[in-house]
Design a protein around this ligand. Structure first.
Ligand SMILES: Nc1ncnc2c1ncn2[C@@H]1O[C@H](COP(=O)(O)OP(=O)(O)OP(=O)(O)O)[C@@H](O)[C@H]1O
Ligand SMILES: [Mg+2]
Length: 226
């Protein structure tokens, strides 16, 4: 499903360039669930952004479903992202001028969506219900709590029924019960719908529910369990 080889990422700095990822390899099978843990600043978001084709590595390759994402042009890459990936960002990036439901429907607007609008709306509403937001569909993002915004971002990541979900701290601002609800939703997708899941998390309870746990240390992944 996901194959990463010899991946390195350097950021130019005001002073010396910093190396965040160094010769990192990762292989994730279809239907597998993976947690990536590690201290703040170790490069988790950097790695997830590269896996999600939102950032480019300094060297190395990423292939998803057998396709080398580095070889795609910008248009192919964005179509691929929109069709096949679900992304939960650490900073949720909701559009402030759109309602909750409109935010969840946003991936549709990028075009090339084959399903009828009614069918997508129905699924969006059902996802919002699963995430405890039935009473919030017409609210604006500024009218939501931090955890509610995060749950909208989770619903948006799932609306295209992605084969691969990349989630950056998907339980970050949630209380334990709500965190468990998000973990349940991911587990259900993973177990019953064969969705592959890679999640960055500081939440031990969420990490424990993933099949494999890696720690990101000195630019490389070290297997912790699974
Ligand atoms: N665009 C950038 N330019 C320069 N340096 C960057 C850039 N983005 C991230 N970094 C640096 O790369 C390192 C890794 O950042 P990253 O956001 O991947 O960490 P993280 O593991 O996700 O941390 P956190 O747990 O706090 O979210 C940090 O030291 C950061 O300062
Ligand atoms: Mg981060």
């Amino acid at each position: 499903m996901l194959n990463v080889q010899n991946l390195s990422k350097e950021y130019p700095g005001p002073g010396e360039a910093i190396t965040v990822l160094e010769n990192l390899d990762l292989s994730v099978e279809k239907g597998e669930s993976v947690a990536i843990v590690g201290p703040s600043g170790c490069g988790k978001t950097t790695l997830l952004n590269i896996l999600g084709t939102l950032d480019v590595p300094t060297s190395g390759s990423v292939s998803i479903n057998g396709q080398d994402v580095g070889a795609m042009d910008a248009e192919e890459r964005s179509r691929f992202r929109n069709r096949s990936l679900g992304f939960v960002f650490q900073q949720h990036f909701l559009l402030p001028q759109c309602t909750v439901l409109e935010n969840v429907l946003m991936p549709r607007l990028a075009g090339g969506w084959e399903e009828s609008e009614d069918a997508t709306r129905e699924r969006a509403a059902s996802l919002l219900k699963d995430l405890g937001l039935s009473e919030r569909v017409d609210h604006m993002p500024y009218q939501l709590s931090g955890g509610e915004r995060l749950r909208v971002a989770v619903a948006r990541s799932l609306v295209n029924q992605p084969g691969l979900i990349l989630a950056d701290e998907p339980t970050g601002s949630l209380d334990p019960a709500m965190g468990e609800q998000v973990a349940d939703l991911f587990s259900e997708l993973n177990t019953h719908h064969d969705v592959t899941l890679v999640t960055v998390t500081h939440n031990a309870a969420l990490a424990d529910r993933m099949g494999t746990v890696y720690a990101l240390e000195l630019g490389n992944l070290v297997r912790r369990s699974g």
